[in-house]
Ligand binder design. Structure first.
Ligand code: V47
Length: 384
């Protein structure tokens, strides 16, 4: 480490130990290759244990991507399809209901629902998926539609964000997933996905969701065209909104998978890069309690290791994941509850099953379909 960076890093360590907020410049130091990953990791672990003790959270969940037909052509996406492409599909009610039955049998507490923006499906089709599932499987939390989809629904209905969110909530929407954020900085966003919901729209949708009492998640897609500066800028914009609303539950850094995308000449980020982004995110986002190491995207080994680099959550058992598998992810399609618990234990953490809203799940042993939720494990963090 050169002398100046070493001195800067010592100052950052003092700030973290004193629970002081880090700046953009601090974030850039944490990304400096002269600062060894393990030193950033030790700091991130300090914060992780301060906020979440020794717990490693997971849930029992499933994914539903009702269609892959999409009006947008994001350069990072391998999942989308044209309507006439043989790969293109849109589910009917029977297929959606079958997923609900399967989820119930498997003890899922959550369905993660996202998909393409299908130009021939009206808003009522998207709303209908939520209401069909909610009416038939009221116990399952529907974490549905990214900010990009909500923005599309505004366009379709010509109504306000608030109207769309309230209408979806009336249909059974439980919370918003964190996708569609990508990288907020215009320089990068214009190159990745210039047509879809812009940064202002994405942040405003999450702000409005929080205002009407919905919780949401947030993400950052990294490892493509962006630099460290763009990543820190992205984290700070999330931190600013969280200061105002407190509505984000968890941040999920998403590593870019290049296969079958328009950016397939790029290399997937290394495990070292993944762990550094995990740790830097933990350190910068002092007001978001949870950081998720999404095992589908990171691979199991890196996700386990990430539990010592800032992450306290490993996502769920997952089933029917398509977005990452279409882009070359080699992880299994789902994990059993026993496997996921063993992975967390092997990483030296105590596995705790949570629901989408981070309440403990209490199960009647022997029957996966029998469960209730207990107390919330945490309160939103107050702005510093
Ligand atoms: O917005 C798409 C990303 C996101 C690729 O909220 C890609 O709990 C890498 O947001 N390589 C959707 N990433 C997934 C997502 C998510 C996942 C897990 C949990 C939660 C949550 C949210 O996936 C997209 C985009 O950023 N993505 N294609 C790709 N080729």
């Amino acid at each position: 480490m050169n002398q100046e960076i070493r001195a800067r890093f010592r100052e950052i360590r003092d700030k973290v130990e004193a629970e002081e907020r880090l700046t953009l410049e601090d974030g850039l130091v944490l990304y400096d290759p002269a600062v060894p990953l393990q030193e950033v990791g030790v700091l991130a672990n300090l914060v992780r244990e301060r906020l979440n003790g020794n717990v490693g959270y997971y849930n029992i969940n499933t994914h539903l991507n009702p269609t892959n037909v999409c009006v947008y052509r994001c350069r990072f996406c391998a999942f989308r399809s044209d309507l006439r492409d043989p790969k293109g599909y849109a589910m009917d009610d029977q297929q959606v209901l079958a997923r609900g039955h399967e989820a119930t049998e498997n003890g899922c507490t959550e369905m993660h629902i996202v998909g393409g923006l299908h130009h021939q499906r009206p808003y009522s089709w998207y709303r209908g998926i939520v209401s069909l599932l909610h009416e038939n499987f009221p116990q399952i939390h529907l974490k549905a539609w990214t900010g990009v989809e909500i923005n599309w629904f505004e366009f379709q209905t010509k109504k306000s964000v608030r109207w769309v969110l309230e209408d979806m909530r009336d249909a059974g929407l439980g919370s918003l997933p964190g996708g569609g954020a990508e990288i907020f900085h215009q320089e990068v966003r214009d190159q990745l996905c210039e047509h879809k919901a812009n940064t202002h729209a994405w942040l405003n949708i999450h702000r409005t969701a929080h205002e009407i009492g919905l919780r949401s998640n947030c993400t950052m897609l990294y490892g493509h065209l962006e630099q460290a500066y763009h990543r820190i800028d992205h984290l700070l914009r999330l931190r600013d909104l969280q200061d105002q609303t407190g509505g984000f539950q968890v941040f999920i850094p998403l590593a870019f998978h290049p296969e079958n995308t328009k950016l397939d000449s790029l290399k997937k980020p290394s495990a070292i890069a993944d762990l550094r982004t995990m740790a830097v995110s933990r350190l910068m986002l002092d007001n978001i309690r949870h950081i998720k190491a999404y095992w589908i995207m990171l691979g199991i080994g890196t996700a386990q290791t990430a539990l010592a680099y800032g992450a306290d959550d490993i996502d769920g058992t997952v089933r029917h994941e398509l977005i990452y598998h279409d882009a070359g992810a080699t992880t299994p399609e789902c994990l059993t509850v026993d496997t996921i618990r063993d992975l967390i234990c092997e990483a030296g953490r105590e596995p705790v099953e949570r629901d989408t809203l981070y309440r403990r799940v209490i199960r009647d042993d022997g029957d996966l379909r029998n469960w209730t939720v207990g107390e919330a494990v945490d309160e939103p963090l107050l702005a510093k």
